[in-house]
Design a protein around this ligand. Structure first.
Ligand code: IPD
Length: 259
C-alpha cells in the first residue's frame, strides 16, 4: 500500500543518511582508504565494503523478506528487491573528489519504486517515490527545459566493459550536433543531475543496476525520459541507459543508438 511504501522510504532515507556519515568518515583520509583495483579503472576502497555490509545488515533487520543486490556482494532479484551501491563514483572517492554518492533503489515487481541518493561530501540528498515527485534536500526538482542540442550539456559515462570505439562514435556525433559533453565519474549522480537540470542527458552503453536503480526513480519523477533499463536481464547483467529531457530524447536516441 502507499502507506507501507512511505514507511519504507522514510526508514531507508534515515539509513542512507547514516551510511553517508560513515562513508564521510573515510573520505579524504588517503592513508586509511585501502585503495585497490578490481580491474582497469575499476576502483575499490575499504569504505565500499564497510558501507555495503552496514546497509545489508540494517536492511535485513528492517525488511527480512526482501532481497538485496549490491555492487560488492551480488545477490538475486525478487518481487521486492533493494539494489545498493555503497559508493558510486569510487574513482572520485578514492582521490578525494567530492562527486560520489551512496545509492539505494527499491524495485517492486520489477518496477523502480523508491530511489534515495546521498552525496554527503556535497551535502545533497535526493529522494523520490514513484508517483510522488523527486526532491533535492527537501525541495522539488525537475528536468531542464532544454530543447536544442546546441544549448545542451550531456554526460557520457563509459567503462572498459564496452569497446571504446563505440563511445568515440557517440562523442563525435554529439560534438557534430553541437552538444557540450562531460564525464563526472558517477553514473548515479549523472542521472540525478539530469533530474535537477544541471545537465540535459546522461548516456552510457553499459551500466549495472546498482549504478542506476535509484537514479532512474529520481530522474523519472523529475520528468526525464528514460530507456527501458530493466528490460531483459538488466537487473543481473546491466544494460545501456539513456536519460534525458523529453524534448531531446528523439535526437539523443539517434546520436547514442540507445533506445
Ligand atoms: C561506475 C561509475 C561510472 C560509470 C561506470 C560505473 P563505480 O561505478 O558510475 O561513472 O561510468 O560504468 O561502473 O565503480 O564508481 O561504483
Amino acid at each position: 500500500t502507499p502507506a507501507e511504501l512511505e514507511l519504507r522510504r522514510h526508514a531507508v532515507q534515515g539509513l542512507v543518511a547514516e551510511a553517508g556519515r560513515m562513508a564521510l568518515d573515510y573520505f579524504g583520509k588517503q592513508e586509511s582508504l585501502g585503495v585497490s583495483m578490481k580491474g582497469a579503472q575499476d576502483w575499490l576502497t575499504v569504505a565500499d565494503g564497510a558501507v555495503e555490509d552496514f546497509l545489508r545488515q540494517r536492511l535485513a533487520v528492517l525488511f527480512p523478506t526482501d532481497t538485496v543486490i549490491g555492487e560488492e556482494g551480488g545477490g538475486a532479484a525478487s518481487d521486492a528487491v533493494w539494489i545498493i551501491d555503497p559508493i558510486d563514483g569510487t574513482s572520485n572517492f578514492a582521490r578525494a573528489d567530492r562527486n560520489w554518492c551512496i545509492s539505494i533503489g527499491f524495485l517492486l515487481n520489477r518496477i523502480p519504486t523508491i530511489g534515495i541518493v546521498a552525496a554527503p561530501a556535497l551535502d545533497e540528498l535526493y529522494v523520490a517515490r514513484r508517483g510522488q515527485g523527486a526532491t533535492l534536500n527537501g525541495r522539488p526538482i525537475a528536468v531542464s527545459g532544454t530543447e536544442d542540442l546546441t544549448r545542451a550539456t550531456i554526460e557520457l559515462g563509459w567503462s572498459t566493459r564496452i569497446p571504446y570505439e563505440r563511445y568515440l562514435a557517440i562523442l563525435q556525433r554529439s560534438y557534430a550536433a553541437g552538444c557540450s559533453v562531460k564525464r563526472s565519474g558517477s553514473g548515479t549522480l549523472g542521472l540525478c543531475h539530469v533530474a535537477n537540470g544541471r545537465t540535459d542527458a546522461y548516456a552510457e552503453l553499459h551500466i549495472n543496476a546498482w549504478d542506476v536503480a535509484a537514479g532512474i526513480v529520481i530522474a523519472g519523477e523529475a520528468g526525464a525520459s528514460i530507456s527501458d533499463f530493466f528490460a531483459g536481464d538488466g537487473i543481473s547483467k546491466g544494460n545501456p541507459i539513456l536519460c534525458s529531457t523529453p524534448a531531446l530524447a528523439p535526437q539523443l536516441r539517434e546520436i547514442t543508438a540507445i533506445s
